[in-house]
Design a protein around this ligand. Structure first.
Ligand code: 5GP
Length: 185
């Protein structure tokens, strides 16, 4: 039997954050963001591809006027270890001068991707740039930066699900977990 027959969950060694836990925490983040950005019409920028479930759930919980845009970056090139090389694959559709930008990330690991994005966006003269990340792997951080909104601290392990992939797969798992070692071999 393969994954298609047994279900994706058969490749997961351990569930770290359940669907319900994620939903509750994303709701809390959305409320905090709605409170902080009242009357500022933020531009909420999702960093593709991993952000897509979080973006969909988060913005629907933020009950204030806002706009949405996306960037796509590639940093790992199929590896599970950060290369530090960031490429913009898709840029914003609009100028951000004078805007309050909220970057939405699936996970901050070394911080290299975020550092690059923040430096890049700052050159465009936004009024502010803040970061919301679902997962924060602080142990792996090499860059000095902090996200204003953090869903969960994440252990220093490679995680998949809720947008996070391994070799393009597992983004559609509704929860976040760690893969069994045999999946890599
Ligand atoms: P950083 O540049 O902070 O090291 O890594 C940021 C990007 O690497 C994330 O947006 C994500 O795409 C990827 N990444 C980092 N850690 C993990 C992980 O544990 N699992 C998965 N699937 N991707 C990760």
């Amino acid at each position: 039997m393969n994954d298609a027959e047994r279900g994706l969950g058969s490749s997961i060694r351990e569930v770290l954050f359940t669907q319900q836990t994620i939903a509750t925490r994303v709701g809390e983040l959305a409320s905090a963001i709605a409170h902080d950005y009242k009357r500022r019409k933020p531009l909420v920028v999702g960093v593709l591809s991993g952000c897509f479930p979080l973006m969909a759930d988060l913005v629907r919980g933020i009950d204030i006027p806002l706009e949405v845009d996306f960037m796509a970056v590639s940093s790992y090139g199929g590896n599970t270890v950060s290369s530090g090389v960031v490429r913009i694959l898709k840029d914003l559709n609009q100028a951000i001068d004078g805007r309050d930008v909220l970057l939405v990330e699936d996970i901050v690991d070394t911080g290299l991707t975020l550092r690059y994005l923040l430096d890049n966006l700052q050159t465009r003269r936004p009024a502010s740039v803040e970061v919301c990340t679902l997962l924060d792997k602080q142990e792996a951080r090499t860059e000095r930066l902090d996200a204003r909104y953090v869903g969960f601290r994440c252990p220093n392990e490679f995680v998949v699900g809720y947008g996070l992939d391994y070799a393009g797969l597992y983004r559609n798992l509704p929860y976040i977990g760690v893969l069994k070692p045999e999946v890599y071999s």
